[in-house]
Design a protein around this ligand. Structure first.
Ligand code: ZN
Length: 658
């Protein structure tokens, strides 16, 4: 393990707090040290208060900040003397601990300080760094972990047995420190939890962390417990596997009580782990460090028996809840990690950001379990300790910070013709409501519409069944299924009267506007049928369906046929709880269909200027892609839960339609 400290980079920071933020980010960059909000750091700085009096202030990581990206503003200043004194109390409840910390901040707008603030306060060093380093938790999660840690570090670190984070841990550390620490002390190991390092300046504390963790890594190497790279394995593929994954997602969503995404990772590492003969032992011990529990639950689900998983979770809850200090309400019983010999690793969450975090944590957990196993056996904390952290209000508060879930959180939408115009606007409207969106388009630029984790853009020719099926498989692998389908892709050829309309031109329009949509509906039906809240299809039709115009025979006929297809589907699929509704936009000019030439020619056809033509409707208003997209999204939502087979104009009012 190498130090990432750069003198040139450090020289740019003016004060101790900025250096504190800098080395915190160095720790955060290394995922083998901290993952997704794990770990915390602090610095003690002497400052003048408003009366000009000198005062020691503890700047400790604020909740909601991640070490990887933390800035000076992410550290909460708390009065040091008061915080230290709290550790002398015989007991302190969690709400009172937070109250004491928050009321002794010196900047009211700072975030709530880390629950480890008191622990940072009592450690008599300017800089304190804390990580959940993989190498440390691999070694401490073994039967003789403590002896191994003492063998590695001698008396240079204080070793603390596992105690739940918060006030009790701070108090225990204060006692042990008073008894055991000396000039030789440069760190502290919390068994089954993580490691601390200390220093008089940012560089010293950070580099001691690197050195201490490096010694644990060397120990694993000396004991042939480092290299756990998997052999290559054969992964399954194909539509059948996609259906298996979607069924799993439906089952998990049902027991969760809300729709979830299920992201599948089937690489050598996850597949070979899921296929190990001893997986039912090594993957059923518990998390590598307790705070992972709020992301991964205590145990992954092995295989696909969701009902059995839920029964086991209920038993775990009812076994430990009676010992809790105050009454607890059971969280949803759905798994967050699934290990399956065919699917590999599946991560469960309400958004792709969440599933990415879950997968990241579990992939590191696999390394930790395999190394501990090589060292003699992975042995996590007892279930009771994990329960206490899972049901700790201060941990649950981290998850609640996200606020109320968005309308389509945990749901998946597929939009065709998504690179521009109405399709692109639909992608934006659906993403804004929390959906994971798969965007397809012939134009390759669709893949780069946004860098949201909830977005997958794929170039796809919808007249190719092979290409579409590949895209569908990729979509299901990434998000787990499909809840909403927006059939938007279409072409609008320039005006051409029937007496000169060529057969191949007619057929081309039919292939894209009609035939491709039949194929999409057919292939998506098994997935829509599994949608936890029922499937929804929105067909972007056209005013030309109720009110065709001359010179657009192929377009009007294709959209009219698509309209009938949608109406029949509404009849056939109602029993599958799939709703299909059509929107008939008119005169939406910010789309790919409307080139300047087509616009000018249509305006001329009606004897209007381009501007008059744009607002040529009953309400004298212009209709935008966004107007159509917002209505598309709402059609998929609860307002239209009882509507299927409807056709709604979005045209500013058209006297021929009315
Ligand atoms: Zn920790």
């Amino acid at each position: 393990m190498d130090s990432l400290w750069k003198d040139t980079a450090a020289a740019a920071y003016r004060d101790e707090l900025e250096l504190r933020a800098y080395t915190s980010r160095l720790l955060g960059q290394d995922k083998t040290l901290v993952l997704h909000g794990g770990g915390n750091t602090s610095v003690k700085i002497k400052e003048k208060n408003i009366f000009g009096e000198a005062e020691q202030v503890l700047y400790v990581k604020g909740s909601g900040w991640d070490l990887e990206t933390i800035a000076a503003a992410g550290f909460t200043p708390v009065r040091l003397e008061h915080t230290k004194k709290l550790a002398q109390l015989p007991e302190l409840s969690d709400p009172e601990m937070i109250n004491q910390l928050v009321t002794h901040q010196t900047r009211a707008s700072a975030p709530v300080p880390s629950v480890e603030a008191i622990l940072h306060a009592i450690l008599p060093y300017s800089y304190v760094d804390h990580t959940h380093a993989n190498a440390i938790i691999a070694i401490t999660n073994t039967v003789d972990g403590e002896a191994r840690i003492r063998e590695i570090y001698g008396n240079t670190v204080v070793v603390i047995p596992y105690v739940m984070p918060g006030f009790d841990l701070a108090k225990l550390c204060a006692e042990r420190f008073a008894a055991e620490a000396g000039p030789q002390t440069i760190g502290m190991v919390l068994l089954n939890h993580g490691i601390f390092s200390f220093g008089e300046n940012a560089k010293e504390s950070y580099e001691r962390m690197i050195m201490l963790v490096g010694r644990a890594e060397d120990y694993l190497k000396r004991h042939n417990a480092w290299d756990v790279a998997p052999s290559s394995v054969t992964a399954a593929h194909g539509m059948q596997l996609a259906h298996t994954q979607a069924k799993l997602r439906a089952d998990i969503s049902r027991v969760a009580g809300f729709p979830v995404l299920v992201t599948r990772y089937a690489d050598d590492k996850t597949l070979s782990f899921a296929r190990r003969a001893d997986v039912a032992v090594i993957a059923q011990q518990g998390p590598a460090t307790p705070d992972h529990v709020i992301r991964t639950k205590r145990l992954p689900m092995l295989g696909r028996d969701v009902t059995a998983y839920v029964e086991d979770y209920k038993k775990y809850f009812h076994a430990h809840e009676p010992q809790a200090r105050e009454r607890k309400t059971m969280l949803d019983a759905a798994p967050r990690v699934v290990l399956d010999s065919e699917l590999g690793l599946c991560a469960v969450g309400k958004s792709a950001k969440e599933t990415n975090i879950v997968a990241d944590i579990y992939e590191h957990t696999i390394d930790i379990i395999l190394r501990a196993t090589a060292l003699g056996g992975y042995c996590a904390l007892p279930a009771k300790d994990i329960f206490d952290v899972e049901y700790w209000d201060l941990e649950q508060a981290k998850l609640r910070k996200g606020g109320k879930p968005l309308l389509f959180s945990g749901e998946v939408a597929l939009v065709t013709g998504a690179a521009s115009g109405i399709g692109k606007a639909c992608v934006e409207s659906l993403l804004a409501r929390g959906a994971a969106v798969v965007a397809l388009d012939l134009d390759a630029k669709v893949s780069a519409l946004t860098n949201s984790a909830n977005f997958l853009g794929l170039q796809c020719d919808l007249t190719s069944e092979v290409q579409f099926k590949q895209a569908l498989e990729q979509a299901v692998e990434k998000f787990g299924g499909m809840d909403m389908l927006v059939l938007n892709a279409g072409i609008f050829p320039g005006g051409c009267r029937i007496d000169s309309l060529k057969t191949d031109e007619w057929q081309k329009v039919m292939r894209i506007n009609l035939d491709a949509n039949l194929m999409l509906m057919r292939e998506c039906h098994p997935f829509l049928k599994l949608a936890p809240r029922g499937g929804r299809v929105v067909v972007i039709g056209s005013k030309n369906v109720p009110a065709p115009g001359p010179g657009a025979a192929a377009y009007s006929a294709s959209k009219a046929a698509l309209n009938q297809l949608a109406r029949v589907a509404a009849l056939e699929w109602g029993a599958d709880n799939i709703r299909i509704n059509s929107l008939h936009p008119n005169a939406v000019f910010d789309t790919g269909l409307w080139t300047a030439e087509v616009l000018a020619s249509r305006a001329k056809h009606y004897g209007l200027t381009v501007d008059e033509y744009k607002k040529n409707n009953v309400l004298k208003t212009e209709v935008s892609s966004r107007d159509v997209a917002e209505l598309t999204a709402e059609l998929c939502g609860p307002l239209f839960a009882k509507t299927t087979g409807a056709q709604i104009p979005v045209d500013g009012g058209n006297d021929r339609v009315i």
